[in-house]
Design a protein around this ligand. Structure first.
Ligand code: UTP
Length: 498
């Protein structure tokens, strides 16, 4: 029985009516009694659903988060003072691309070949899984389905999800194991994603290879008043709790237990909007293992100080990410004697995690801070009217996965070329970057480079799209394409025989 239900009807076996007075009191303690303003219009089922929603919310937490977000002075706020932290930050210790080739001595005493071999060993031993997060709402893109189902393949129209799944299948084939895929959805994306997977035979994954789990959700509050926003007369608006919600969701769903049963020790983490993510890349996994890192992050060199990427920095000896929006311009603009950006390392949300570290972090899940975002959230006003605001009206609270870095032992940053690792689909057509057109161009350019390296001739104006099941990378293309092979017409090179 719930805390807001009367106990007297229990003997009749009827659903217990909510104790409205108790509920109202509870909400009033936190200034949220407006949640019940349409109570009389709700049918009993909707009333029950609303009670369940209230029960699951930590109203004190939202009050505290709102007050904190409204506190201008860093001294009076519980949140980090990013400005002063950024001012004493140093660049991260990292494997730089320019120093990362065989024959060069890196500060870590390993070469790419060492790393690659170690990574391949772990993959072949079946110790690596893939963690793909696909719970975001994709608001900027404005696509009606979950972003994972966006048909991004420039010729094939393959969805983002299909491209990722094909990489997992191709890695499984290459290393002779069944690499498991842990796919995180959210209440906003779960149903449509699962339906799509059912309709498409799990995109070719074995049943035992796919573990789908759903992250949690958080309400949003009115930025003027701190009151919870309603998405309907009997419903509190909820949205996914950020990719940092992965940590708690892994534990709650049993995914971590599933990893233990399969003997998965490392997880390659990526986000669904980036089809260039080098899933299962043995060099990254090997560098992570050889350095004993609990969390290894892929970085790209920023093209300018204001790139909209999180910044990897060292603060008081600890590796952290400071979001671009929290990074003061004058710090971002700092350059060294050669004119290069001191804070060069941008985060592209690709990490390798030691599973044991994630397990430890689950005990600390509440230690991941909440980040506040000012967003447009449609809501129901006091008159019961649905309102779509023209300006940001709400504060949303999300946890971010990169905030685990300071908790990790021996964290590592490894630089990759942007053209081989990062092309996220974020924006609707018309934006400067990160649109579907941009992502497709990046995919075709990568496939063109692989073909060129294999000695193929691609005619001017011809596009060749390569399925991960045809070739996972440049090495795979070289194994299947003869030098001198000519492409005169645009084509999709699909699945090779498995
Ligand atoms: P973004 O923060 O860019 O969100 O998430 P988004 O949903 O892609 O787009 P906007 O901001 O609403 O326009 C980056 C990645 O993290 C995942 C998303 O699915 C995306 O791949 N993510 C984000 C989650 O899995 N859960 C979340 O709660 C938030």
């Amino acid at each position: 029985m719930s805390e807001f239900h009367r106990s007297s009807n229990a003997k009749h076996g009827d659903p217990l009516p909510p104790d409205v007075a108790l509920l109202r009191n509870h909400l009033a303690t936190f200034g949220q009694e407006h949640v019940l303003q349409f109570w009389q219009q709700l049918d009993p089922l909707k009333q029950q659903a609303l009670v369940r929603q209230v029960e699951q919310l930590d109203l004190k937490l939202f009050g505290d988060l709102y007050r904190n977000a409204c506190t201008e002075s860093p001294e009076a706020s519980d949140g980090p003072d990013w400005e002063s932290l950024a001012r004493r930050a140093e660049p991260p210790n990292a494997v730089r691309l320019a120093n990362w080739h065989d024959g060069a001595t890196t500060s870590l005493g390993m070469t790419p070949t060492d790393a690659r071999q170690r990574g391949i060993e772990a993959l072949r031993a079946g110790k690596v899984g893939v963690l793909l997060v696909a719970g975001g709402q994709g608001t900027r893109l404005g696509f009606e389905l979950p972003k994972s189902l966006y048909p991004i393949g420039p010729i094939s129209q393959a969805t983002l999800l299909q491209i990722h799944v094909e990489k997992v299948r191709a890695a499984s084939r290459r290393y002779g194991v069944s690499v498991p895929l842990y796919l995180m959805t959210s209440p906003a994306t779960h149903e449509a994603t699962v339906r799509f997977l059912q309709q498409h035979d799990r995109l070719g994954l074995a049943e035992s290879q796919l573990f789908v789990f759903c992250q949690g959700a958080m309400p949003a509050v009115d930025s003027q008043t701190g009151r919870l926003l309603l998405s309907d007369v009997g419903e509190i608006f909820m949205s996914p709790d950020g990719h940092g919600g992965t940590v708690a969701a892994l534990a709650a769903s049993g995914a971590t237990e599933h990893m233990r049963e399969l003997g998965i020790e490392q997880l390659f983490y990526l986000q669904v909007d980036n089809p260039l993510a080098p899933i299962g890349d043995p060099e990254l996994i090997g560098a992570h293992l050889l350095t004993g890192s609990e969390m290894t992050s892929l970085a790209i060199a920023k093209s300018g100080p204001y790139d909209r990427l999180g910044n990897f920095v060292m603060i008081d000896g600890s590796l952290q990410v400071i979001e671009y929006s929290d990074f003061p311009a004058d710090v971002a603009e700092r350059v060294d004697d050669s004119g290069s950006l001191i804070f060069w390392a941008g985060s592209v949300a690709i990490h390798v995690f030691q599973v044991e570290f994630l397990r430890r972090a689950q005990a600390l899940a509440d230690a991941l801070p909440f980040h506040v975002a000012h967003k447009k959230v449609p809501y129901v006003d006091a008159g019961g009217k649905h309102v779509t605001p023209a300006e940001a009206n709400a504060l949303k609270f999300e946890r971010f996965i990169f905030d685990l870095l300071p908790q990790a032992q021996c964290p590592l940053v490894v630089e990759y070329a942007e053209q081989d690792s990062f092309a996220p689909l974020k924006n609707a057509p018309g934006a400067e970057k990160d649109t579907a057109e941009y992502v497709q161009r990046m995919l075709l350019a990568q496939h063109g480079r692989w073909l060129k390296a294999a000695g193929a001739r691609v005619d001017e104006g011809v596009d060749v799209e390569i399925s991960p099941l045809f070739a996972l990378d440049a090495q795979g293309v070289a194994e299947r394409i003869q030098p001198g092979e000519r492409f005169e017409r645009s084509v999709y090179l699909g699945a090779a025989d498995e």
